[in-house]
Write a protein that binds this ligand. Structure first.
Ligand SMILES: [Mn+2]
Length: 336
């Protein structure tokens, strides 16, 4: 696939000027933090400190997944709610398509994101609400970190080995190791430049795709035992009890939906995470004519054409309605 985007250099300059006006910048991850989110935050934190700014990185819903502990600087990140958020007069968000993506940090006090504290918004989701004073939104970029690599070049940031390692981890995380449809030649060139700057793909591949705790095997076994089909939708459900029985963290289920999405006879895959008000649903598709961003948008969710999510409120009836509606939407057009 060819590369279809070019960074708006003026927006990148504007972002740095905004950030320079702050006394302290708070940089929260999105909820269910993943490699792209945390790597974006860590790379920007190191970069902005290099430019003399005070930055506090914080994980917005309280837990750092074990698989992300290898990232340079990860051990210093605050964990909201274990740690108090400090005073701040600027927010810098990366990889957040909307403000509710900030999970508990948002829910505890939505006024935090009402714009009174200016927001610099860097993202690659097509559904991004452009809620910042500066918005750098490039839906053709494979990851937020791919955009940040270009932003740092405009800023004149010295690309240290630590920054390069974070950025490459973010790109690998969102592209499953340069394997997704979103991966362009540009993504690959950026990845290659990061390796030239000292990034090492080996620990990234090990941490993100190979090493796993025993609890993950327990969780995957239960999830696979529970696999069901609604039409051409393959899905399974995970409850908080299942996570507790296995001693597993929510992040340990992240790869499962990608695994299911490759199943012969399916057109889309879903994992339903039961919570106290319904289900958080993560969806994937392989066929290019199945747009899960559009499908989840019908229920108030969003994301990318091949990877998206949505929260369904209610009980068993709402769940069944969602499943059968999705099955209807993904059904292969029959040739007459
Ligand atoms: Mn991302």
């Amino acid at each position: 696939m060819t590369s279809g985007w070019r960074l708006d250099a003026q927006a990148a300059h504007d972002a740095l000027n905004q950030l320079k006006a702050a006394t302290r910048i708070l940089m929260p991850t999105h909820q269910n933090v993943d490699a792209d989110s945390l790597s974006s935050v860590l790379a920007l934190t190191i970069a902005l400190r290099q430019h003399g700014l005070e930055v506090v990185p914080i994980i917005s819903d309280g837990s750092l997944p074990h698989a992300l502990e290898f990232l340079p600087g990860a051990s210093e990140v605050l964990l909201y709610t274990r740690d108090e958020a400090p005073e701040y007069d600027m927010l810098c968000l990366a990889d957040c398509s909307d403000r509710t993506r900030l999970g508990k940090f948002y829910k505890d006090d939505p006024s935090r994101l009402d714009g009174r504290v200016p927001i610099v918004n860097i993202d690659h989701h097509i559904t991004n609400g452009r809620f910042g004073v500066v918005n750098i939104v490039e839906p053709s970029a494979a990851s937020a970190t791919e955009i940040i690599a270009d932003v740092l070049a405009v800023w004149g940031t010295v690309l240290t080995r630590e920054i390069a390692q974070c950025l490459l981890a973010g790109i690998y995380g969102d592209t499953l190791g340069l394997r997704t449809e979103s991966t362009t030649s540009r993504t690959m060139r950026t990845a290659a430049d990061l390796v030239d700057a000292g990034a090492n793909p080996v620990p990234i591949v090990d941490a993100l795709f190979r090493l796993k705790p025993k609890s993950s095997v327990c969780l995957w076994r239960k999830a696979l035992e529970g696999v069901q089909w609604t039409g051409e939708l393959i899905w399974t459900e995970l409850t908080e009890e299942t996570f507790a029985e296995c001693g597993a963290q929510p992040s340990e289920a992240e790869g499962m939906v990608n695994f299911l999405a490759g199943t012969e006879g399916s057109r889309a895959a879903a994992i339903l995470f039961a919570n106290d008000h319904g289900w958080r649903i993560s969806m994937r598709s392989l066929p290019v004519d199945v747009d899960v961003a559009a499908i989840t948008a019908e229920f108030g969710g969003g994301g990318h054409p091949r990877a998206a999510g949505v929260q369904i409120e209610g009980g068993e009836a709402e769940k069944q309605h969602f499943l059968s509606r999705v099955a209807e939407l993904i059904a292969e057009p029959r040739v007459k």
